[in-house]
Design a protein around this ligand. Sequence first.
Ligand code: BV8
Ligand code: ZN
Length: 260
Amino acid sequence: MNEKLERQIETAAEIIAAAQHVAVLTGAGVSAESGVGTFRDAQTGLWARFDPQQLASQEGFAADPGRVWRWYMHRLDMVQRARPNPGHVALAALEAMTPTFTLITQNVDDLHERAGSRNVLHLHGRIERFHCNGCGLPYTLHPQDRDAPMPPTCTFCTDYVRPSVVWFGELLPAHELAEAQRAAGTCDVFLVIGTSGVVYPAAHLPRIAKRRAAPVIEVNPEESALSDMADIWLSGPSGELLPRLLEAIRLRRAGQANVS
Ligand code: BV8
Ligand code: ZN
């Protein structure tokens, strides 16, 4: 690891170790090293020619419910085969050692939960949950649904069943969004991990923290739409950098414990 990055990790660790309230926003990048393709580059193979933003919308579902259903069954399979990576595990460990910790995710997978994170705010819903697109009745997926050409239909109103994720043009869940905004408005430091920062209103959260001069620390191998706002940009994969950052925080916390 290069000199500069080592120094940046130490600076970031100092800020986080001293924080009472840490807020974190994760995007698809935190699951990349688990083999779950990010939203855009998940479009491989037969899905390569479709625009995910089109598929993840009411228009896309109305135009071709079978295609959207098969796309979600493909991604659900990818998520269920995946395992949490060291980045997910480091975030769960950081939660356990921080007085107040708010983990906000744009991801629809359950890898944070499977890594041990306790209270995760899912802004864009969950891919392993389903409900009726018409009346909202919850639906339990049956094995035969997984390779069905069309979505199941609702037992109550016969409309199509869909995954309980937030599509483009749909409102985010009010409770989760309010909690996320509150955390951005009160945290001592805001971490942004593995997101291109182009989808709103999630991408607005780091701006709320920045406006109140809470330090914003980004972990991403590429520059994102949020990098210019970040006080520290740790350039690298979260599966590698988060365990390093956790180690540096642990050392400082231990140091603090000896002093106090
Ligand atoms: C709403 C669930 C309003 C579905 C998703 C014009 C301007 C501004 C906003 C808009 C606009 N036009 C429309 C809008 C609103 C729109 C929006 O923001 N559009 C954008 C694209 C311009 N937003 C909405 O529609 C939202 N709803 O606004 O409603 C409203 C008002 C009135 C009445 C009704 C409604 C709903 C947005 C939610 C959409 N659903 N997901 C599903 O998953 O199928 S969003 C989806 O895309 C994902 O959840 C993800 O969060 C997001 C971005 O996807 P990716 O780019 O793949 O992932 P990510 O951003 O995380 O990028 C990957 C990053 O990881 C990269 O930076 C990469 O460098 C990094 N990385 C890669 N490897 C690693 C890594 N990082 C760390 N470690 C690694 N190893
Ligand atoms: Zn229904």
